[in-house]
Design a protein around this ligand. Structure first.
Ligand code: HEC
Length: 168
């Protein structure tokens, strides 16, 4: 395997989401724990929101490093790696029946299930952009990292515009 790592990442992403679906099997998750979510809110909704929160935090770290004179490229690389791993898990967190139209406390639009291919592509775009960021961070070139941060941010917006409820 001396080829580019993208096909491998894609494969991992597909495998991961299939494993997730197999593990869930649509069984109701009666997690009655003390979360802030409604009692009948599927746990997977909170899990995907936490995953996005962590993606958001990692992306914030990258942007704040870019604002200082000597960015910590190792930290940027680690954040990109974290985003990459989490991006590969996104599609596995969206079983049918968990959109905002189902009455849950979520910003997931029904368009996710109406256009599953578009959603998968949007997630893959973040997988690819964050993988590229891992490479660019290793180069230690701040301008290149800044340019790639724009690319990564574009994939967030690209997905949110179509698939996330705009509540502002
Ligand atoms: C493939 C689509 C997709 C991509 C790519 C994506 N998001 Fe999101 N994001 C969503 C959806 C859908 C939600 C709503 C999830 C929910 O409420 O169940 C969301 C929610 C969030 C949230 C709120 C989480 C919460 O606590 O409710 C943050 C923060 C976030 N995204 C940040 C980002 C950032 C930063 C990026 C890019 C680095 C990104 N997202 C990329 C689809 C995406």
């Amino acid at each position: 395997m001396t080829m580019t790592s993208f096909p491998k990442l894609r494969l991992i992403a597909i495998t991961a989401s299939m494993a997730f679906l197999a593990a869930c099997g649509g069984a109701p998750d009666g997690d009655g724990a003390d979360g802030e979510a409604a009692a009948d809110q599927p746990a997977v909704i909170g899990e995907r929101q936490e995953n996005f929160e962590a993606i958001g935090d990692a992306f914030k770290l990258i942007r704040s490093e870019l604002e200082i004179d000597n960015p910590d490229f190792a930290a940027i690389g680690n954040a990109a790696t974290d985003i990459n791993g989490r991006a590969q898990k996104i599609t596995g967190y969206f079983p049918e029946g968990t959109s905002v139209d189902d009455g849950y406390d979520t910003e997931a639009l029904a368009t996710i299930w109406e256009d599953p291919t578009g959603f998968e592509t949007a997630a893959q775009n973040l997988v690819d952009a964050s993988a590229e960021m891992m490479t660019v961070a290793a180069s230690g070139d701040a301008a290149a990292v800044a340019a790639q941060a724009k690319e990564v941010g574009g994939t967030c917006k690209g997905c949110h515009d179509k698939f996330r409820l705009d509540d502002d």
